[in-house]
Design a protein around this ligand. Structure first.
Ligand code: SF4
Length: 300
């Protein structure tokens, strides 16, 4: 057997156990139900980037109840999307989702497109989200590389504890080479490998005793060597501009009327950092300055 066929055999051997495990252990999440449709999948993918499922669930339910179709969201000002985003964090995602809804309404008759290239052409949709929607909503064959999948592949196939901080070309190649040939099975594999990373092969405490591929896992078989790559990025929040932005935006979200500078000043003592955070929100289009130092969520 050649090295290539060795690798191919090793990787395809992962499919059946991971998919069989998923058949039994997949969480019943609202965006996985048939009634979610492509729009529900798209909303969930925007929300789940960098945010855990438990925090996404209530916001997702409210969002879909209020805006069951892209056209419903597109009909409202972008500030309403920012308001409804609540405390999910990284609120530019709300603006991007609103922009995508407008484009879907204008270009695609209100229907989320199924073709990967058309998804990718929507504003605010990158390679990851286009692949995720094509795979999860339309059952197509795409490598969907989120942090959970990358970690599973790093350990089970590459034999390292953590993937690099940013996705590399080598990881993309590996993910493509791991894709089952048939569309439906490839889509199932994408969802299953992601769930395995979320529930079993977690970042801090992988539960190898419950893992369906523990017998084949390269990292486990190598004795779980310690991480040697670049230090992993931390998730510090307290004291950062992100925290200040979150506090400023919370005031605006909760206000019906535009908000005065004084009300915003009350949320953070340090004036330089506070001004920088507010400037950043304005520059990102999340906050609209009005005359006489009054601010509101964006209307257009
Ligand atoms: Fe992750 Fe352990 Fe499974 Fe390897 S055996 S993929 S480290 S949970």
């Amino acid at each position: 057997m050649t090295a290539t066929s060795d690798t191919t055999t090793a990787t395809t051997a992962l499919h059946s156990p991971v998919i069989a495990w998923f058949d039994v252990h997949a969480r019943d999440l609202p965006w996985r139900r048939p009634e979610a449709g492509p729009w529900g999948v798209m909303v969930s993918e925007f929300m789940l980037q960098q945010t855990p499922v438990s925090r996404v669930l209530p916001v997702y339910e409210q969002w879909l109840a209020r805006w069951p179709l892209p056209a419903d969201l597109a009909a409202e000002p972008p500030g309403e999307a920012v308001r409804a985003w609540g405390r999910l964090g990284y609120p530019r995602r709300a603006l991007r989702l609103h922009g995508a809804a407008v484009a879907i309404t204008e270009r695609h008759n209100g229907k989320v497109p199924s073709e990967h290239a058309r998804l990718l052409a929507l504003p605010g949709i990158g390679e990851y989200t286009a692949a995720a929607v094509a795979s999860f909503a339309y059952g197509q064959r795409y490598a969907v590389l989120d942090t959970n999948v990358r970690r599973v592949f790093a350990r089970a196939v590459s034999g390292i504890q953590y993937p690099p901080n940013a996705t590399t070309a080598a990881e993309r190649r590996l993910a493509r080479s791991l894709l089952p040939e048939e569309d439906t099975r490839a889509a199932r594999w994408a969802a299953a490998s992601m769930e395995l990373g979320a529930l079993v092969c977690t970042a801090k405490s992988p539960d190898c005793s419950r893992c369906p591929v523990s017998e084949q896992c390269a990292w486990r078989l190598a004795g779980k060597p310690a991480h040697e790559g670049a230090p992993r990025r931390g998730q510090t929040y307290a004291g950062t501009d992100r925290q200040v932005r979150g506090k400023l935006l919370a005031v605006l979200r909760e206000a019906i009327e535009p908000v005065s500078q004084a009300a915003l000043d009350a949320v953070w003592d340090e004036p330089v950092q506070r001004a920088r955070a507010l400037d950043g929100l304005v520059a990102d289009g999340l906050v609209e300055p009005m005359e006489s130092s009054v601010y509101r969520l964006p209307l257009s």
